[in-house]
Structure formats: structure tokens, C-alpha cells
Design a protein around this ligand. Structure first.
Ligand SMILES: Nc1ncnc2c1ncn2[C@@H]1O[C@H](COP(=O)(O)OP(=O)(O)OP(=O)(O)O)[C@@H](O)[C@H]1O
Ligand SMILES: Nc1ncnc2c1ncn2[C@@H]1O[C@H](COP(=O)(O)OP(=O)(O)OP(=O)(O)O)[C@@H](O)[C@H]1O
Ligand SMILES: [Mg+2]
Ligand SMILES: [Mg+2]
Lengths: 158, 168, 168, 158
């Protein structure tokens, strides 16, 4: 229905506006409608990383795109917190400063959402409360080992 | 409703039964390249009803069954079970009174899948209905596959709209 | 024939003239997200004749010209120059006797590009012919764009064949 | 011509067979033709990471695919060493062990080919003989600074 879509759009837009500057350390982002009618118009993201002009998303860098996408996914989670969220190496394109901000937001969001995340990044591993290590000591066969962070860093280097 | 454990047997590289315990709201999964981390995510999407082999990086649905290694023979069956902690009764309807809810999918080489809810055989539709409205599903915004995070940014306006509608 | 420097002016985020000196055979480029690293690679592909805006992450060819920042106004022209060290005379033909070879491209907002070889105006075709047989070109295997490394693995057999033919 | 294609195919195949086990620390890979006639048959890659069965490339992991692709690109370079090679964060999906093997091969190949590579990975930065840092001290405006490795690690964290 029109009212439901309007509510969804406005709440995700508001949360995107709040989360983007926290992930980027500044700047702003918001949603825009491509048409008049709420029921069939398309939705686009407008983003302005700190110090830059508002430009087309396609000119953004690999890391900027990934971080903007995380802001949007987290904004949707604030609207409708699914029981869990699984993230597969979303921090791979990020530099250390952005990985830090991403980790802090992850920790905060985890009060309402369960996060299960795959990462090769030591800074993100340190955000985890529990770590599950997957190994193939027997080649081709996956098994699980419990690891602590120090061990985890070693395991990633095996 | 929290996910408390994932149990895989015969699914992709997890030939021996393995239980992934999710003991908190911040669980990291790590390990070297090719060890089976993304296979765990494929397992979760598969048990929730994913029906396209290409979305599980395979060519046929039987590619989810362990196909052998240098030292092991292929097996004939794959099974994945998700166990949710529903102590707060968040999942409504018939399931509200269950403290734990288990969703399981089984497939053998002839391709027929069987679904189970709390141990009782059910249809795929029952599983998709269970998750309706929770935001979960095989292609939900709640699961971001490897390399796909920027997909939401490259989406066309009408795709982004559909993405939002799913979450509503 | 080694690349000895890349000179950008007005190209994407490099509004002020910048020269990247390539002092050896192992040059690392680093910096935070969004600072302009991949723009350097786009610059190299552009000067070698790249003609599709979408392959430069833009919507129009004028997207390569600096379009302003929070504190700077847009400029009207973009220019990139590659300077090769040809001391070994590897580039044959008319260029064999030159110790340094410079390839330059210039574009302004009306969209017309100008190409220069060692300071002399030439056609785009002269530039593509210069690189013929060296393995270089705007879409050559020698330049792997961000996130595209696995593209060779996902290619269909006839695409992989074309890839090999280019290198022959 | 047919003879030229045959020579290209055979030499790239031989180099792929040599480079793949060096990048993966074992296993093997080779090229296969999809048809009889050299002039119009397609080409596919067969790969078997250490301890695994030969399987379809699509089932390989993100890191395994990236590393296999690097092996192929480097094999092509051995056939026709273009004057330079530019790599934009190809090491992002790799774990520490594979990053190490990648760096060692990069250093060896650099005797014949000039490599210009973008990376966020400290281990790969250390392979470089020269480092160029790109910064945006003035927001939105890219400039270059010369950096050494220790400084580089700090710069990546800004
Ligand atoms: N049906 C199957 N039987 C046996 N092994 C399989 C099967 N399907 C996939 N695999 C194996 O699983 C491995 C891929 O695992 P996965 O993609 O989970 O790795 P990963 O831990 O995510 O690695 P990365 O860090 O590189 O992303 C491949 O090497 C593949 O051979
Ligand atoms: N024509 C232009 N004028 C001004 N700025 C531009 C122009 N084109 C692109 N940019 C800016 O360049 C930035 C992207 O740079 P680039 O892709 O090189 O980053 P990067 O250093 O590779 O980052 P990452 O580590 O995230 O991949 C964007 O923020 C974009 O705003
Ligand atoms: Mg993976
Ligand atoms: Mg980049």
C-alpha cells in the first residue's frame, strides 16, 4: 500500500542520513525518488563523501561504494531487524580508518541484530565476541575449530 | 529470535557432520582461502529454500552434495539444519510456543529435496512462510554474499525500490 | 621499454598537475579509500585510447574532467601524458631512435580529444598502432582493474580464446 | 594463423602449469580446448587446488579464483611481456599465506616486467621498491606524496 511504502521510504532515508556520516566520518547521503507516485517510482541513492561534490555513484571508488552499501543495508536493518545478518568479507575493500568505523557500528548494531561475519581483517576479528575457525587440515574436508583472537591471526596465516 | 546453531552434513566441503555454534550476537568466521567459509553462507541460503544452482555457485543442484576430495569418496546426501532460539516467542502463529525452532533441508543425488520443521516433514512453502515478514529468505538483504556488497549501489532505481519493498 | 612517468592535469580528482614517477620495476601505490588511486589506472587506459565512458566508471566522456570539489570549481580540460623510457630501442619503426617516447591525450568539455606523440599532434590511430604488438592497450591483459581479477575465470571459452589471441 | 595460435596456446599452458603450484603451494592447472580445430575452438582452464578434486571453476572460493586468475595473467606475461603491468588490489581476497606467495612471484617476475600495483595490504607494500602515496589533504583533490614503508602503513590508516 501507498502508506506503507511511504513509511518505509522515509524511515530508511532517515536512517541512511544518520548512518552514512558515521561510517564515512562526515559527508551525507539520502534517498531520492525518480517519479511522483510512491507506488511505482524508482529509488536512487544520493551520496556525498566528506569534502566532495555530490556526484554520480558510478564515479565513487571501490571502498566508497562498499561503505555506502553497508550504510544502506544497516539502515534497512534498523527498519526491519531480521533475526540475523550474514556478511561475507564486506570489509575487504576498506582501508584501516573505514574498517575501524565499520567495526564500531557493527558492535553498536549488534545490540538488536545478530551478526555472523566472515573476514580476513584483524581489526574486524577483534570486534567479534566469538570466533569460529574453519580449517581443512584434511585437504578438501572442512572442519571447525574454536579459536581466540591471537590464535585467529595465526590461523589466517596458515 | 536468534540463530543458535547451523548443522551441516555432506553439504559441499563439509562431508563430516559439523555444528557451528553461534554463541553471541557478534560471531566472526575465519580461515584460509578455500577452507569452506562461504560454503557456510551457501548452506544457510540453501536451507531457506534457494532453488537456483547458479546462486550457489554450482551448475546443478547436486553440486551442493560433497563430491569427493583427494582422499575421500563422494557421498549421496547433503543436509543442513538451522536451529533458532525462539525463547522470546518472536516467531508467531503456530510456532510461538516453541522455545527452539529447527529448519532442515535434505537432498540426495536424484535431486528431490525434503524439508523438516522441528523434525516433522513439511513443504518448502511452509519454510518460506515461516520466514515471511522476518526479513529472512534465500535472497534477503540480511545475507550479503562475497563480492556482492556493491550490488545495491549498482542497482537500477526500480531494483532498489524492490529491495526496499522486501524489507517493508 | 619501461614506463618512467605519468603526468595528470585536470583528470578526475587530479585537478592540479601531478607527476607520478615510476622509479623501478616494483612500484606500489597506496592511500585511503577514495583518494584517487584507481583514477591513475583510468588515466593510463584513457590516454591509450579508451573511448567508452562506462569503462572509466563515468556516464559521459566529460566525466574524466575535474568536476569540482567542496572548495574547488570545475575545470575545462583534462590531460594525461605517459612517458616511456625507450633507451633499449624496443619500440621499433619510426620511434626506434627516440630514447624517450611521450604519449599524450587532451580533452575539453565539448568532447573532442587531441592526441600527441612526442609533442606532435597525431591521430588516435597512431597511438593504437604505436602499442600494437607490445601487449598494451586500453583493455589489455596488462591492466587489471579493481574487482576484475576473477573476470578471466568467469569468462566463456570463446572469450578466453580471444584473450589469448590478443597476447599472441 | 593456426601455427601461431598453437604456439601461444602451448606456451601459456606450460607456464600456467608451472606458475599455479607456486602460487597455491601445490596442486595443478592447465588449459583445455573445447573443440578440435585450433582456429575456432574455445579455451577453458582446468584447476585443482592442493588436496581437492578437479572441479568446476565456479565452485572455487573467492580467493582461489583470484589466485588462479593471477596465475593465468602471469603466464600470458611470460609469453608476451608487455612493458608494464598494472594491478588494482588483486590481493584483496587473498589470505596471508597466499599474499606471501603472490608477493614472492611478483618480485621474481619484476626482472622482466615493470609492475605498478595498488594495495591496502602491508605484506604487498613491502615488496615494492618504491611507494607512491596518494592523499586528499585538500578534500576532493588528489596529490602525490613520497612515502617509505613504515610511513605507508601509517598513511593507510589515516
Ligand atoms: N560439492 C562439493 N564437494 C566438495 N567440495 C566442494 C563442493 N562445493 C564446493 N567445494 C569446495 O569448497 C571450496 C570453496 O569454499 P569456500 O568458497 O567456502 O571458501 P572460502 O573459505 O570462502 O574461501 P575464500 O577466503 O577464498 O573466500 C572450493 O575449494 C571447492 O572445491
Ligand atoms: N571528474 C571528476 N572530478 C572530481 N572528482 C572525481 C572525478 N571523477 C572521479 N572523482 C573522484 O575520485 C574518487 C574515486 O577515486 P578512486 O576510485 O581512484 O579511489 P581509490 O583511491 O581507488 O579508492 P579505493 O581504495 O576505495 O578503491 C571519487 O571519490 C570521485 O568523487
Ligand atoms: Mg569466501
Ligand atoms: Mg580503487
Amino acid at each position: 500500500t501507498r502508506a506503507r511504502m511511504k513509511d518505509t521510504y522515509e524511515r530508511v532515508d532517515a536512517d541512511l542520513q544518520a548512518l552514512f556520516p558515521r561510517l564515512f566520518g562526515g559527508g551525507r547521503a539520502w534517498l531520492a525518488m525518480t517519479g511522483e507516485d510512491l507506488l511505482d517510482a524508482g529509488v536512487t541513492i544520493m551520496a556525498q563523501p566528506p569534502g566532495k561534490k555530490i556526484g554520480s555513484l558510478s564515479l565513487m571508488s571501490g571502498g566508497e561504494k562498499a561503505l555506502t552499501a553497508v550504510a544502506l543495508v544497516f539502515a534497512i536493518f534498523r527498519l526491519n531487524p531480521a533475526p540475523f545478518c550474514m556478511l561475507d568479507e564486506v570489509d575487504a575493500p576498506l582501508d584501516e580508518a573505514n574498517v575501524g568505523r565499520f567495526g564500531r557500528l557493527l558492535r553498536e548494531m549488534s545490540e538488536r541484530v545478530q551478526f555472523i561475519f566472515i573476514t580476513h581483517n584483524k581489526a574486524t576479528m577483534e570486534v567479534a565476541e566469538h570466533l569460529a575457525g574453519v580449517t581443512m587440515h584434511e585437504p578438501g574436508v572442512s572442519r571447525l575449530v574454536d579459536v581466540d583472537v591471537a590464535e585467529a591471526v595465526r590461523l589466517a596465516a596458515v | 529470535m536468534r540463530l543458535s546453531r547451523i548443522r551441516l552434513a555432506g553439504f559441499k566441503s563439509f562431508v563430516d557432520p559439523v555444528t557451528v555454534h553461534l554463541r553471541s550476537n557478534l560471531v566472526g568466521i575465519l580461515g584460509p582461502n578455500g577452507c569452506g567459509k562461504s560454503n557456510v553462507i551457501d548452506a544457510v541460503r540453501w536451507v531457506m529454500g534457494e532453488s537456483a544452482a547458479s546462486r550457489l555457485r554450482g551448475e546443478a543442484m547436486s553440486d551442493v552434495i560433497f563430491s569427493g576430495s583427494a582422499t575421500r569418496k563422494p557421498v549421496g546426501q547433503a543436509s543442513v539444519e538451522l536451529v533458532f532460539d525462539n525463547a522470546e516467542g518472536r516467531l508467531g502463529g503456530a510456532w510461538a510456543s516453541y522455545a527452539e525452532i529447527s529448519v532442515r533441508r535434505l537432498v540426495n543425488r536424484d535431486g528431490t529435496s525434503q524439508y523438516f520443521l522441528n523434525g516433522t516433514r513439511c513443504r518448502r512453502r511452509d519454510v518460506t512462510e515461516l520466514f515471511l515478514g522476518t526479513g529472512l529468505g534465500p535472497r534477503s538483504y540480511a545475507i550479503v554474499e562475497q563480492g556482492m556488497i556493491s550490488r545495491v549501489i549498482d542497482a537500477r532505481p526500480e531494483e532498489l525500490r524492490a529491495f526496499l519493498e522486501e524489507a517493508a
